[in-house]
Structures are given as C-alpha cells and as structure tokens.
Design a protein around this ligand. Structure first.
Ligand code: CIR
Length: 253
C-alpha cells in the first residue's frame, strides 16, 4: 500500500514547457484546479500528500514523476534527459532524503526520466527513449539488482515515456497501447488493450484501492471498471496539452 505522495504546484511558466501535443496553450487557472482535484483524489486513496512550492525556473516541474524512482526500499534520483529539466531533481533529493535511508542517483553520462520506469511486482521495465539512454537504464538496473529487483529494457519507438503507453494496475493487469500491444515481452499478462483513439488514457495509475483515470475515455473506463476496480475519473486536459498524464504528476510510495 502507498502511504505518501509528493506533488509540485504548477509553474506560472507551465505553458513554456516541452510539448509535442499541438493541442494549444494550457490554461493556467484550469491547470491549478485540475491539480488540486488530483491531490484530493490521492487523499481519497489514503495518501498523505506533500505539495512542493512551484519553481518557475522549471516550466515542467509539476511532472515530478520524472525526477526519481521510488519504492519501499529506496529512492533513486534521476538525471533528467531534457536539458530544460535538468536541476528539477535537486529539490526532490532534499525531500526524499527525509523519507529514505537509501538514496542513490543516476549519474552522467547516464540519463533517465522516472516516466520511463514501470514497476510490475518485483520486476521493472525500463524504457530506452529520447530521455532515458542505455547507460542510465543500465545504472538503474544495477542499483535495483542490489535490492532484489530484476529489470528488462524496452526500446521505445514513438511515445515520449514508457508509461505514456504501458501501465500496470496490479493483479497481472497490464494496460497496453500503441507500440506495446504486440510486444512479446508483455504476453504473459492480462492485457487490456487501449484503442488508438483513447491512447492518451493509457497513462492511468493504481493507487491502493482505486484506479485514477482521465475523464472522457469511456471504453477504457468501462474495461477497467469491469475488472472490478474502483475508478476515480479526473479532468486532466491542461496537462495533456503539455504531454503529461496522471502518473507524471506525483511520486507515490
Ligand atoms: C516533458 O516533456 O518532459 C513534459 N512536458 C511532460 C512530462 C511527462 N512526464 C511523464 O510522462 N512521466
């Protein structure tokens, strides 16, 4: 069970962050409301939420998931792959130092974004992407091995981060979209395929007894509900405009 979440308030410069979405400029005030609803949902799932101050030097810093990999044993501080995001991890390290005895780091020339790291029980899938290079992925693999976790590297073709299109919600259920659908690596799981017109919704999160899902993607919402999961739907449109989704907005542990 997760007990804590770390989130970071949306920067006033949010609109200047990285994006490939072509969905237009995010509405800052709407983003603040959606972020606050996200925090309320995490609390409903039983988490204590620590909200960090915004840092306007980093437009993308609300996407805290990319700054670290956390589990019940340790925290690993990322070395973010995008130049404009380097430095976001400094504040996160200070915070995680208070929660964890074991804190490790990805060092250059390794780069790694937390969004490329998917935990499935005691195994991790690590995406090799435009943000995470092989050196960074192998560093993470070595670190996790010391704590008894195994890792499999997955080369990404299209999506920004691994968890943009591949998410585990427990009980062998893997949400799979786009380039991951026919990948033999995932065939031993109960695959929940996401149709192309709903691919954005693949980035959902299981938080204790709930699955948090983007509002408006009825097919996926129905598939997940029919598994017997309790679903919380959230408006997340302004984060989508900046290529972000539900997982990116928090570190959960
Ligand atoms: C970026 O491109 O880095 C941000 N605009 C979005 C990051 C989304 N993070 C994630 O998928 N883990």
């Amino acid at each position: 069970m997760f007990k804590h979440a770390i989130v970071r308030t949306v920067s006033k410069n949010f609109q200047y962050g990285l994006t490939s979405s072509k969905l237009g400029k995010p509405d800052y005030n709407k983003a603040l409301i959606q972020h606050s609803d996200y925090i309320k949902a995490l609390r409903k799932c039983g988490l204590k939420v620590l909200t960090l101050e915004t840092d306007d030097r980093f437009p993308d810093s609300t996407f805290v998931e990319d700054t670290a990999v956390v589990n019940e044993d340790l925290a690993i501080i990322a070395n973010l792959g995008a130049t404009s995001r380097k430095g976001e991890e400094i504040e996160i390290r200070k915070v995680l130092d208070k929660f964890y005895e074991n804190v490790e780091s990805i060092e250059k020339p390794g780069t790694l974004d937390g969004g490329d790291v998917l935990r499935v029980e005691d195994q991790y899938f690590i995406g090799i992407s435009q943000r995470t290079n092989k050196v960074g992925a192998l560093q993470l693999k070595e670190i996790l091995k010391k704590y008894g976790y195994s890792c499999i590297l997955v080369k990404l073709k299209e999506v920004i981060h691994l968890k943009t299109g591949l998410v585990y919600i427990g009980d062998k259920n893997l949400i799979v979209s786009g380039e991951f659908i026919d990948n033999p690596l995932f065939q031993n799981y109960n695959i929940i395929k996401v149709d192309e017109d709903e691919s954005y919704a693949a980035n959902c999160i299981r938080v204790n007894n709930y699955v948090l899902l983007a509002n408006g993607y009825e097919k996926l919402i129905n598939s997940i509900s029919s598994l017997g999961c309790k679903v919380l739907k959230l408006d997340i449109t302004e984060f989508r405009k900046m290529d972000g989704g539900l997982s990116c907005l928090s570190l959960r542990f």
